[in-house]
Design a protein around this ligand. Structure first.
Ligand SMILES: [Zn+2]
Length: 372
C-alpha cells in the first residue's frame, strides 16, 4: 500500500455538541465516506458470533476466554467479575502495537484451547486474520468487539482516499459511547454462551454502562473547554478519529490508519506546514508508536522559527497501560488522554477547564496525573 493518507481533516466535526445521550456515538452524524453497514467487507462471516455453532463452553467445567488486545482483556475482566471457574488469557501486553503484533506459539495454543476468543476487529489485529479464520471453522466462539458498533452504523471511514483495505477505521473504542454499545452486546453474548451466569454478566454490564456515561460527560466537558478554533489533535498515527469526533475536535495524523505504513518525507513536510499555518501549539506522541516521526516534525517546525511543543506526557494509542495501573483500565486510559490533551494546551497558555472527577466514577486519576 502506498504512503497515502496524510493530513486529511474530518472537517464537519459533527454537531455532537453536548447533551447527546449514551449510545449515540458521534460517528453517527459523520458524513465520512464509509457508511457501508454490511459486515461482509470487514468481518468474514465465520467471525461474527451469530454464525457460531452452539457450543457447550463449560463442557469440562471451565469457561476459557482468550482476549487479544489490552482493551479486550479489560472489558472481559469487568464483565466476567464474580463469575466462577472462568479463565481469561490476555495476549497483548501494555504498549504493544496490535497492528503489528504476531500471535506467538503460546498464543495459538491458548486460542486452540479457548471456548471463546474475543478480538477487536476491523483488521486492527492485522496478523490474526488467518488463525481466526481457521479457528472459526471449529467449535470456538469468536467475537469481534467492533461488530455491534459496525451493525449500528457508528464506524467511521478511514482517511485513506485510495479506498484500500483500511476503509473502516478500527479505533472505534475511543468514543466511550461506542464502548457502551460493545459492553451491552458482549454481555449478551456471554449470557447466551454461559447462561447459568447470565444474571452476573447483565448486572456487570448495567453497572459499567453507567460508569462509561459518567466518563463521557466528564471528558466531553474537559475537551470542549478548549476554544473551537484551537481544537486540533496532531499525532503520529491515525488512531484518534473517534476520540476527536466524540468531543468536537479535528485530527491531523502523520501516518495513516495502520502503523504498518511508515510516514514519508512528504507526509512530514505537509504536517509541518499545517501546524505552522494553524498555529497549533502542541503535538502528541503515542505510547505504542516510536516517537521519531513526531520528533522530525517538531524539529522542522522549530527550524522554521515557530514554537510548538510535545504534550506533557504520551497519549495511550492502541494499547493501554499495565494491568493494575490507572492507565491499564479503559476509564483510566480515556481519562489520561483527556488530561494529557487539556493540560498540554493549558501549558501552552490556552484557557481550559478541568472538571471535577465524578465521585461515583472509578478508578479516579492518581495525584501524579493532576499535575504535570
Ligand atoms: Zn491504530
Amino acid at each position: 500500500m502506498s504512503l497515502t493518507i496524510v493530513l486529511l481533516f474530518l472537517v464537519p466535526l459533527l454537531a455532537t455538541a453536548g447533551g447527546q445521550g449514551e449510545g449515540e456515538p458521534a460517528s453517527q452524524n459523520s458524513d465520512s465516506p464509509s457508511t457501508d453497514t454490511s459486515d461482509e467487507a470487514v468481518l468474514p462471516p465465520t467471525l461474527t458470533y451469530q454464525q457460531t455453532p452452539e457450543v457447550d463452553v463449560r463442557e469440562d467445567g471451565e469457561f476459557r476466554i482468550v482476549a487479544t488486545t489490552t482493551q479486550a482483556g479489560d472489558i472481559t475482566r469487568i464483565l466476567t467479575a464474580e463469575v466462577d471457574d472462568l479463565v481469561m488469557t490476555p495476549l497483548m501486553g501494555a504498549g504493544v502495537d496490535p497492528h503489528l503484533y504476531k500471535p506467538t506459539e503460546a498464543d495459538i495454543s491458548a486460542m486452540n484451547r479457548a471456548d471463546l476468543i474475543v478480538y477487536s476487529g476491523l483488521h486492527l489485529e492485522g496478523q490474526f486474520d488467518r488463525v481466526l479464520q481457521a479457528l472459526g471453522e471449529r467449535d470456538t466462539v469468536i467475537y469481534a468487539l467492533a461488530s455491534p458498533v459496525k451493525r449500528q452504523g457508528f464506524i467511521i471511514g478511514s482517511f485513506d482516499e485510495s479506498g484500500g483495505r483500511g476503509s473502516d477505521d478500527p479505533h472505534f473504542w475511543f468514543d466511550p459511547r461506542n464502548w457502551q454499545v460493545t459492553v451491552r452486546d458482549y454481555a449478551e453474548l456471554l449470557s447466551e454462551t454461559d447462561p447459568d451466569n447470565a444474571a452476573i454478566y447483565e448486572s456487570n454490564a448495567e453497572e459499567y454502562v453507567g460508569q462509561l456515561g459518567l466518563l463521557y460527560d466528564w471528558a466531553d466537558m474537559a475537551m470542549r473547554s478548549v476554544p473551537g478554533t484551537q481544537r486540533y489533535l496532531v499525532t503520529s498515527h491515525d488512531g484518534f478519529q473517534y476520540f476527536g469526533a466524540a468531543f468536537g475536535w479535528r485530527m491531523a495524523a502523520i501516518q495513516g490508519i495502520s502503523t504498518e505504513d511508515e510516514a514519508g518525507v512528504g507526509d512530514i513536510q505537509k504536517t509541518v506546514d499545517f501546524v505552522i499555518e494553524n498555529e497549533i501549539p502542541v503535538l502528541f506522541v503515542e505510547s505504542s508508536i516510536p516517537p521519531n516521526t513526531i520528533e522530525a516534525v517538531l524539529e522542522a517546525i522549530r527550524a522554521a522559527g515557530h514554537e510548538t511543543r510535545v504534550g506533557v506526557r504520551e497519549m495511550y494509542g492502541d494499547a493501554m497501560g499495565e494491568v493494575g495501573a490507572f492507565g491499564g483500565t479503559y476509564v483510566g486510559m480515556i481519562a489520561t488522554n483527556v488530561l494529557t490533551v487539556i493540560q498540554s494546551f493549558q501549558e501552552a497558555d490556552v484557557d481550559v477547564t478541568i472538571p471535577e472527577w465524578p465521585a461515583e466514577l472509578s478508578p479516579a486519576p492518581p495525584e501524579a496525573l493532576r499535575t504535570y
